[in-house]
Design a protein around this ligand. Structure first.
Ligand code: ATP
Ligand code: ZN
Length: 690
């Protein structure tokens, strides 16, 4: 973050803490404008003499330094600390009515404050690019709008008793805020509950906002909403063209789209008739933004529901520990779907002990046998491995040389089909050396990625078509949809893939699912890794046995006695989560504590440490014993993309003191001498500690 200081000091009005100062009541009203620059607060500008004073929530074009920027009017008539002669007039008023209403503006202001991120940039991130650039907030004639609702709407299955109860629970809160956690096992029919609630909301003339973690999961979900609901459904995700996003945003705002389905940034979409917010797969880490303005869409959805007096429904088969703790505290009401809809049974999960067992390209014999059985009985088999590429390392067996990324503390992944080494952390790629650069022996791929498993499966099961689903195999537009359709049609019999394959899909013919390497998650330095592992295992298992035949699940591990793994297998996710929550309580970790992570990176290892040590001093000088500091320490992967990374963890049992200390120190951090030497960022409620 750079800081044009002279400018900041004078202009900043600090909207969150602002105090009306000596009124310069001379002539023109003074406006406080949020401008998309890396500085906190708002900036003072004068309204134009010959134009109406812009309303709060309208965009204005302003000069900022030498740049013309699009800002948003946040308040009026507070006066200014500056003499009027030094306040610049705005250049142009872009909206005659508020682009964003007061309630959403308030949410954005709250978020800027809580995540300690510049307000102007927070607001900019809530707008489509077209509006950010100052284009009129109008539908362009060439935009046809959204597809009209289907002529003949489907009706779906009749709800079972638990689903009805879930719908009734939420329905008794129309027009009022209440947080709900819908804890429904995989295949329990959560989506049906969403659809019925959406119907009910629409019947009352209200809109529904549905947040989903990833686009990969949306085609099926979006189709179900479109087939069932008598309203245009607006879809918002990062792969949309600017024009489509502009259009979807405006149709949500005008109320024309009764349903809005989007990924995390859709939590900021304006709507005319607030009705219900649904967050599907609420445990999913991709609901948290990992760079820039690092907000959590689930948490902001709750807050938005509160501000706008609408119920908020979080749904998951594997709820986050945060949400479970909120149920324990009585903040969310829990609704359960304990059985699979349509009567299918939950599959049995079995641990497959890999110790002293021969592995054929990562596949143990009992798994191969079980696959054979399921395939012969016409079942589909799904294999999960969270590593794409062919092999996670290229290694010399004679001297131990390994192909490392020259820019990261990481191994290069071998991609056999492309015959390239690629770094999955920074994107660097190169051709492999023909022989070991150290001893001239032959090189061998070590370990398994999805490509290698795919090849091994083709060798083992030549009669059964195999499909691989990962970021490499689905990079072409539409290829994921095609592959999913061909899985559903039964053409593919063996499916191997990463997270993309593990979540949300409904493949009724999958009878066997397997996690090929559970150990990856057991020994991570990140305290959330074990929670993620359990969620993944349960989600993968949830793909099996959704149709008529009961499913089976195998989890390959070298740690079959791991206590948390055992509690998961024996007691299911609910029991596992109880045990883990207790561990978190003892260790004073979230959800029983608040964290913030201050990260810094630079091309020289010295600077991040130096900056964070100074930051440590600043934070410690606040003298609040309730706030603890851990570090600075090198990041788990210290060097990435040629930059050295370090971090300082800030922890407190209560949110308020943590927030207070951060608010005190953040402005000073930017002025540190060492701050100029690093790129630094603050992550409030970090989703991971890497
Ligand atoms: N009441 C019902 N009776 C019969 N079938 C139902 C019922 N509700 C849902 N289903 C069917 O059960 C299947 C699973 O439902 P759905 O996809 O809604 O589950 P889910 O809980 O969202 O699953 P997951 O969390 O695994 O993604 C779907 O094929 C759906 O049509
Ligand atoms: Zn790299």
């Amino acid at each position: 973050m750079t800081r044009p200081d002279s400018m900041a000091a004078g202009l900043q009005c600090g909207i969150m803490t602002s105090q009306p100062t000596s009124q310069n009541s001379d002539t023109l009203p003074i406006l406080q404008v949020a401008v998309p620059v890396p500085l906190p607060g708002c900036f003072d500008y004068l309204a134009l003499a010959d134009a109406p004073v812009p309303v709060v929530g309208a965009r204005v074009r302003v000069m900022f330094g030498r740049r013309k920027l699009v800002g948003m009017v946040m308040t009026h008539g507070r006066g200014s600390e500056l003499p009027q002669s030094r306040i610049k007039p705005i250049l142009e008023v872009l909206d005659s009515s508020p682009l964003i209403d007061a309630s959403l503006l308030g949410l954005l202001q709250w978020a800027a404050d809580y995540y300690q991120y510049p307000l102007g940039e927070v607001i900019a991130s809530a707008l489509p690019k077209t509006l950010r650039q100052g284009q009129p907030a109008e539908l362009k004639p060439r935009h046809r709008g959204l597809p009209a609702p289907c002529e003949s709407l489907g009706s779906g299955p009749a709800l079972n008793a638990e689903q009805q109860q879930a719908v009734a629970a939420v329905s008794s809160h129309w027009g009022r805020f209440q947080g709900f956690l819908l804890e429904g096992i995989t295949g329990s029919g959560k989506t049906e509950v969403y659809l019925h609630l959406a119907q009910a909301a629409l019947a009352q003339g209200k809109q529904v906002l549905v947040l989903v973690p990833e686009i990969a999961l949306t085609p099926q979900l979006v189709a179900r909403f479109r087939e069932r609901l008598p309203t245009p459904v607006a879809v918002m995700h990062s792969a949309l063209s600017d024009g489509d996003r502009h259009c979807a945003w405006l149709l949500a705002r005008s109320g024309e789209a009764g349903v809005i389905i989007g990924t995390r940034s859709a939590v900021f979409v304006p709507w005319a008739r607030p009705g219900l917010i649904i967050v599907d797969e609420e445990h999913d880490p991709s609901l948290k933004q990992h760079e820039g303005f690092r907000y959590h869409a689930r948490d902001l959805a709750m807050l938005r529901g509160h501000r706008e007096s609408v119920p908020v429904l979080l749904g998951s088969a594997t709820p986050s520990l945060e949400s479970l703790a909120n149920v324990q505290r009585g903040q969310y009401q829990r609704v359960r779907l304990p059985a699979r809809a349509g009567g299918a049974e939950l599959p049995r999960i079995e641990l497959l002990d890999l110790r002293r067992r021969f592995l054929d390209e990562g596949l143990a014999e009992p798994l191969l046998e079980r696959m054979q059985k399921h395939l012969q009985q016409q079942g589909q088999v799904l294999l999960f491995l969270n590593r794409r590429g062919f092999a996670p390392a290229l290694l010399c067996h004679d001297c131990g040389w390994v192909a490392d990324c020259r820019r990261c503390d990481a191994r290069m992944t071998w991609h056999a089909r492309a015959a390239r080494l690629r770094c999955h952390h920074c994107g660097y790629e190169c051709s492999p050396p023909p022989r070991c650069p150290a001893c001239d022996s032959a090189l061998a791929p070590q370990g398994e990625g999805t490509q290698r498993i795919e090849a091994a499966l083709q060798r083992h099961f030549p009669d059964y078509p195999v499909v691989r689903i990962d970021r490499d195999s689905t990079s072409r537009k539409g290829s994921l949809e095609d592959a999913l359709a061909e899985i559903r049609s039964g053409h593919y019999r063996i499916l191997v893939g990463t997270q993309m394959l593990a979540k949300g899909h409904d493949f009724p013919d999958v009878t066997l699912a397997a996690v090929l390497d559970a150990d990856q998650g057991l020994f991570s330095s990140d305290f959330r890794a074990i929670e993620r592992l359990a969620q993944t295992i349960v989600q993968v298992a949830g793909r099996a046995g959704r149709g008529e035949r009961r499913g089976e699940v195998m989890v390959q591990t070298h740690q079959p006695d791991h206590p948390l793994l055992r509690s998961l297998i024996a007691g299911g996710y609910a029991r596992f989560a109880e045990v883990l929550l207790e561990e978190r309580r003892m260790a004073q970790l979230p959800p029983y504590a608040s964290l913030a992570l201050l990260r810094a990176e630079a091309t020289e290892a010295h600077w991040p440490q130096a900056f964070l040590s100074e930051a440590y001093q600043l934070l410690a000088a606040q003298g609040d014993a309730r706030v603890q500091l851990w570090g600075p320490a090198p990041a788990p992967m210290e060097r990435r993309a040629g930059r050295y990374r370090a971090q300082l963890l800030i922890q407190a049992e209560q949110r308020a003191p943590l927030q207070a200390v951060l608010r005190q120190c953040l402005p000073q951090l930017g002025t540190l001498e060492t701050a100029r030497r690093v790129r630094w960022s603050l992550d409030v409620d970090p989703a991971d500690l890497h």
